[in-house]
Design a protein around this ligand. Structure first.
Ligand code: NAD
Length: 354
């Protein structure tokens, strides 16, 4: 499979390292307008063709798969151009900035649809070993009927990005879209239902408050609580702090059903299962790890596994496991949460789809 990369910053280079470790594929071209990013990628791929404009690359190079790892506000335009070419596509999360933009991307995919084309959204947290194990337990019915899903992300502040694009809501869609779409995707898989309503409280309290770029002050939120009601009565909650370096786990997922509680502790790579009927016997604790041949990268091997799964789908002609609709739903919850914060009210998700 002949791959090309659009955007070779931090995430683009993670994809390159993954793909280099997978047999049966080759990265033949890269594109990025930022020379240091191109040089970083070329140092991993010495004989690769380089372009500063991805449209020239799409016009000149024979390709099978394109990976889009550009800033969020560029995803819609890049996707629309890539869809025209008919190649398979992996687009980084968030799919786009807003529901309206995601709908435009989906419409463009339909307008240029090719049978067998795999379009995959990079919501790879589902492939982290503890998360995958938790999802497996939910499928096995270990929890019984799931009632509550909470995800706590307590971590370090946003990293520095090329031209500081991630310091502004207008480029990211807001922290609850940019970062937390991962968690809304995982919650959706656990709740197995559609979101009805979102209530949120959040603010930029600590990070980046004094950072000014081209006369504009950074405006990104760094902590929030988000509560989600699902159609089937499941309740979800996100607890986000981006000034919590002093945490044992970066993410902790907790699911409670009518039969058991399951926790996935991401950094410690532990899953805990506590059954209601056997509580006096204690909570079972399992250490879960990725297989040794998985490239860990910055995401505990999850972005490597997403490529393996995507290539399987392409070869076997099966459907994408992380679809444009999944990308849209995850963005919708983040957008609704930002609206809830801005207007201090619950937001019915249908408001975003008018
Ligand atoms: N899946 C994950 O867990 C994860 C983690 C980090 C970032 N991301 C996503 O990956 C994307 C990139 O983030 P990053 O951290 O690599 O940022 P980055 O700033 O490190 O890299 C972005 C690169 O895109 C380039 N770029 C900008 N416009 C371009 C264009 N028109 N054509 C080609 N290249 C262009 C920039 O010059 C830069 O080199 C974002 O959408 C981000 O949300 C996903």
């Amino acid at each position: 499979m002949r791959y090309a990369m659009i955007g070779t910053g931090m995430m683009g280079c993670e994809h390159i390292r993954n793909l280099k470790a997978i047999s049966g594929c080759e990265i033949v071209a890269i594109s990025d307008p930022h020379q240091p990013s191109r040089e970083a990628a070329a140092s991993l791929l010495p004989s690769v063709r380089q372009f500063s404009d991805y449209r020239e690359m799409l016009a000149q190079v024979e390709l099978d798969v394109v990976v889009i790892s550009t800033p969020n506000h560029t995803h819609l335009d890049v996707l629309c151009d890539v869809f025209e070419t008919g190649v398979h596509v992996l687009v980084e999360k968030p799919l786009c900035l807003t529901v309206a933009q995601c709908e435009l991307a989906i419409a463009q995919e339909s307008a240029t649809h090719r049978d067998g084309r795999v379009v995959w959204v990079g919501l790879e947290y589902r492939y982290m070993a503890p998360t995958a194990r938790l999802l497996q337990e939910i499928e096995l019915g270990t929890c019984g009927d799931v009632k509550m899903v909470s995800i706590r992300e307590h971590r370090f502040p946003f990293l520095q990005k090329v031209n500081n694009w991630n310091r502004f809501n207008k480029n990211t869609g807001g922290t609850l879209v940019e970062k937390c779409c991962h968690f809304f995707d995982v919650m959706q898989l656990i709740a197995k239902s559609q979101v009805v309503r979102v209530y949120a409280s959040g603010k930029q309290d600590v990070n980046h408050r004094d950072e000014i770029y081209n006369g504009e002050r950074s405006d990104i939120l760094d902590n929030a609580y988000v509560i989600i009601d699902y159609e089937n009565g499941v309740r979800g909650m996100l607890d986000l702090s981006m000034f919590a370096e002093g945490s044992t786990n970066e993410q902790e997922i907790c699911v409670v059903g009518n039969q058991a509680k399951i926790e996935a502790l991401i950094t410690q790579s532990i899953v805990r299962i506590g059954r209601r009927d056997g509580w006096s016997l204690g909570v079972k604790e399992v250490v879960v790890e990725q297989p040794e041949d998985v490239v860990p990268g910055f995401h505990s091997g999850a972005s490597f596994l997403e490529h393996v799964a995507m290539q399987r789908a392409i070869r076997e002609g099966t459907k994408s496991e992380v679809t444009l609709q999944d990308g849209l739903r995850a963005v919708a919850v983040g957008q609704a949460a930002h609206l809830s914060i801005a207007e201090a009210r619950p937001v019915d998700i249908s408001e975003l789809f008018r």
